[in-house]
Design a protein around this ligand. Structure first.
Ligand SMILES: *[C@@H]1O[C@H](CO)[C@@H](O)[C@H](O)[C@H]1NC(C)=O
Ligand SMILES: *[C@@H]1O[C@H](CO)[C@@H](O)[C@H](O)[C@H]1NC(C)=O
Length: 243
């Protein structure tokens, strides 16, 4: 998760879109009053959205079918908002002039987010720029998080957690994000994808990330899959903002 968190931070910092509306601060609710990030995963026979053999952009590690994943149900879940919406490890860490061998990840995350928040407050003109922050992408390395103590990482998971609630509760990094965003002055729109992604314990490559049974990847996502939903939700929000 370590590297992913930092990457998302950078990605989020460049997700700027021009616009001239004042946006609600830190919420999953756009103009129409519906929170697209709250809901559950439903089975949909019309899924998956695309065939990876027709898509030249899928990296090998995420093409789980091609890597031998035998089950296919995981391809068939669509995110359904509750509301009726039309719509590698880092070896050191530097802070100022100090270099630390290691640091509690949540502490490091909060420090990094505060640096970013200060940058937004100093540099962003909300009349011209809309700022999105993408929430943390969760992993599924510990079955006791979803009430399956005996699970070996996310291996063999074929279904999402059903319903809208994840047994382990909110991701600790999500709470950090919310804390930092509460303190930011400029309007920032949170792409609140953490909770909906927590439900998808079935969505990771597991042993099908590198040609089958070579390693265990329960932090990235198979494609087609969960990141497509993140993109759909972002797209839906952009349409809401500009209509
Ligand atoms: C993000 O979504 C979760 C689940 O719907 C919710 O509990 C949380 O309050 C949301 N966070 C924000 C800042 O809206
Ligand atoms: C999984 O989580 C539980 C509960 O937080 C903890 O007791 C256990 O040590 C964890 N297992 C591993 C392998 O980290």
């Amino acid at each position: 998760m370590e590297a992913t968190v930092i990457m998302l931070l950078v990605l989020s910092a460049v997700h700027h879109v021009d616009g001239d509306e004042q946006l609600p601060k830190v919420s999953g609710i756009a103009n129409s009053g519906c929170d697209v990030f709250e809901g559950s995963w439903v089975h949909d026979e019309s899924y998956p959205l695309y065939d990876t053999s027709q898509c030249p952009f899928i990296e090998k590690e995420f093409d789980c079918l091609k890597n031998g994943r035998p089950d296919r149900d995981y391809l068939k879940y669509r995110w359904q908002p509750t509301a009726d919406c039309t719509f590698p490890r880092w070896n050191f860490i530097q802070e100022g002039n100090n270099v630390y061998q290691d640091m509690d990840r949540l502490v490091a995350y909060e420090k990094a987010l505060n640096t970013w928040a200060k940058w937004v407050d100093t540099n962003v003109n909300p009349a011209k720029t809309m700022v999105f922050f993408q929430g943390v992408s969760p992993d599924h390395n510990n079955g006791s998080d979803w009430g399956e103590d005996k699970a070996r990482y996310c291996e063999g998971q074929k279904q999402p957690v059903s319903g809208p609630n994840y047994p382990a509760g909110p991701h600790p990094a999500e709470l950090v994000v919310e804390k930092v965003l509460r303190g930011i002055q400029k309007p920032v729109y949170l792409l609140n994808v953490t909770a909906l992604s927590q439900l998808r314990k079935d969505g990771h490559p597991s042993v099908y990330g590198h040609g089958g049974h070579n390693d265990m990847d329960c932090s990235h996502w198979c494609l087609p899959g969960v990141p497509d939903t993140w993109n759909q939700l972002l797209y839906a929000l952009l349409l809401q903002f500009y209509n």
